[in-house]
Structures are given as C-alpha cells and as structure tokens.
Design a protein around this ligand. Structure first.
Ligand code: CP
Length: 341
C-alpha cells in the first residue's frame, strides 16, 4: 500500500486530513452496511484502521467538531444496555456534525408489541442516513438490512459479532505493536457467548495473527478450528509468549443455566492476574472490551497496570466509529458527502 493522497475535508476553517491509502487498483470502500467483520476483507480492515487514525486527531483539538457529516442523521437503536459503544457512536457522529437520536428498548414501541421490522421501517420513513443497532438476538442487524435501505451498522448482535469493537481492538494493537501480522494473541474467558471474541477471531486471523484461547470447556465453542485457533488447557499455556492478552467478561446475560460452579472458582482457575501475565512477553499488552468484572476475569492490579491499554481501546472507539460513519456514507468517494457540506 502507498499513500496516494492526503486530502482534506474542510469548511469554515476546519480541516480533516484524511490519508487515502490505495493500491494501484484505486481501492474504494465497498460497504454501505457494517454487519460483521466476516464481510470485511483484510484490505477493507486496513482502510478503516487507516481512516480511523486520520480522524483521531480531531478529538485532540480544543474544538472537537468538523462539518463532514453535516445534514446527516444517525439513529442509535439499542435494545441492550451499553456505555462505550452507544456513547462513542454518538460522540463520533456529533464530532462530525451529524444529528443523532437515541432509541432504547425501554422507550420504544417494541414494548407495546411492535415488531423489529415495523420499528425499523417507521424509523426509515423519517429518513435517517444511518441506523446503529444493538440487539440481544444474533442476526437482528442482518434482518434489518434486508428490510430497510438505510445504512446499518451492527453495534453487537447476541453472541454473533461486534465489528466496531474488533476494529477498535485492532487499531489499538497496531498503535502499540506496529503490526498485527505474526502476533500471538491470547483470548481468555467466555468465548462461546462473546460476540467480541467471534469478531476478533475472524479479524485478527484475517490480518495474520495467531489466536490461542483458554477458558472453561463449557465456554469453548466447538466449531472454531476452521479459523486456525489453538485451544489451550490452561490460561498460562495460552498466555505463554503472547504479544497481546485479551480478557473477556463472563456473559451471564446469555446463559440460561450457570455453566461454571462459581465465580470464585472461575477467578482462581481462569482469572488473569500478575502471575499469569508473567508468562506473556515482557512488552505484552493487556486488553478488555469492557465492562470489566474486576476480581473475576481480571485482577485490578493488571487492569490498572502499566501494560493495560483498556482505556486506549475506549479512546480508539470514537475514531473507529467516526471512520465507519464516514465510510458507509460514501466518504472517500468523490462528491458522496457533498449534500452534507
Ligand atoms: N465493549 C462494549 O461493547 O461495551 P458496552 O456494552 O458498554 O457498549
């Protein structure tokens, strides 16, 4: 890849320098929906991560606002709780001057029996440009994308995918390691119920990393061999020599019956603490998508320690989501955003 253009989107003295990384074939971002990492090629992922890096600088300015998405309307449609994802999509949209609206399950008419598709079609009738959706059911954003022609971004669907989380995780690893290809990434915890795990297994392997996983057998899905991941018997084995240690929360909300005897036992056997981290490379980074159950899957001294990049992940969440909004709305395609200028 080479930088072909360092263009700028500007108005009233605001500038975003968007590095356009293209190969000789004039790459154009091809997606109007971001439903999963599964749909993204390595090239798409690289383009999103490069674009996010360009946008990150806006959040460092005294006045954190550019007109790029002025006139665009972004709807956050969240049927599950969220702090990081919902807020960072909203901040991202507002920093780019889009109008944002939040709809949560408790305040929507789904409470009165309206179907998801009816809700979406009614939202669409009000002409938003992007719908960002979180839902407890795997496949809900895909269903929406089949019924409405508005851009859809999946903000986490059941235990399926959480693509923007995976992209911000990859951006964070790139910042700290300079590459993803060839890294050893240990993923520890509740893999089976984690949409973050699924997106990261697809994303990191697509970008050339090797994944090693550990956790209780009841938390290990049966069908991941096709991705080339390695199951380890102990956390220590998975973490040994790792460049990146990614710790996941136990997704109690997605388990009908308890799959582990107790949280105390889980913490003793699978909890990531200073002793476990000694097995990793000396410069290994510690990641967690949040929210953290402190003292269960991750000890506070590791979560808050000098190798932790957990808050960097959150910071990158805004930049990655700015990039996604920009790209799905045609950013980088000539004149695509002119209506909003
Ligand atoms: N990582 C993540 O999805 O966090 P939220 O549930 O707070 O959005």
């Amino acid at each position: 890849m080479k930088i072909l253009a360092a263009g700028s989107v500007s108005s009233a003295g605001f500038h975003i320098n968007v590095m356009v990384h293209m190969s000789d074939n004039d790459y154009t971002f091809p997606h109007r929906n971001i439903l999963g990492i599964e749909q993204l090629s390595a090239r798409d992922i690289t383009h999103i991560l490069d674009t996010a890096k360009s946008f990150r600088e806006i959040s460092e300015r005294p006045i954190k606002k550019v007109p790029t998405l002025r006139g665009k309307t972004v709807v956050n449609l969240f049927f599950e709780p969220s702090t990081r994802t919902r807020m960072s999509f909203e901040i991202a949209a507002k920093r780019m001057s889009a109008d944002t609206f939040n709809i949560s399950a408790s305040t929507s008419s789904t409470q009165k029996g309206e179907t998801l598709i009816d809700t979406a079609q009614n939202i669409r009738a009000m002409k938003p440009d992007v719908i960002i959706m979180r839902h407890s059911s795997s496949g809900a954003p895909q269903l929406l994308a089949r019924h409405v022609d508005t851009c859809i971004i999946n903000a986490g669907d059941g235990a399926h995918e959480h693509p923007s989380q995976s992209l911000l995780d990859m951006r964070t690893v790139l910042d700290h390691k300079g590459r993803i290809n060839g890294l050893k990434v240990a993923i520890i915890g509740d893999i089976a119920h984690s949409r973050v795990a699924m997106s990261n297994i697809i994303g990191f392997t697509r970008m050339g990393a090797q994944i090693f996983m550990a956790g209780p057998r009841t938390f290990m899905p049966p069908c991941l061999e096709e991705f080339g991941v390695t199951f380890c018997n102990t956390v220590q084995e998975a973490v040994r020599g790792a460049d990146v240690v990614m710790v996941l929360r136990i997704q109690l909300e997605r388990q009908n019956d308890p799959l582990i005897p107790s949280l105390r036992e889980y913490s003793r056997i699978f909890g990531v603490n200073r002793d476990v981290i000694r097995e990793a490379k000396p410069d290994a980074i510690i990641m967690h998508p949040g929210p953290i159950n402190r003292g269960v899957e991750l000890n506070p001294d590791v979560a808050d320690g000098k190798r932790s990049v957990i808050l960097d992940q959150v910071t990158n969440g805004v930049a990655v989501r700015m990039a996604l909004l920009y790209l799905v709305l045609g950013g980088g395609r000539e004149d695509a955003l002119q209506g909003g200028q």
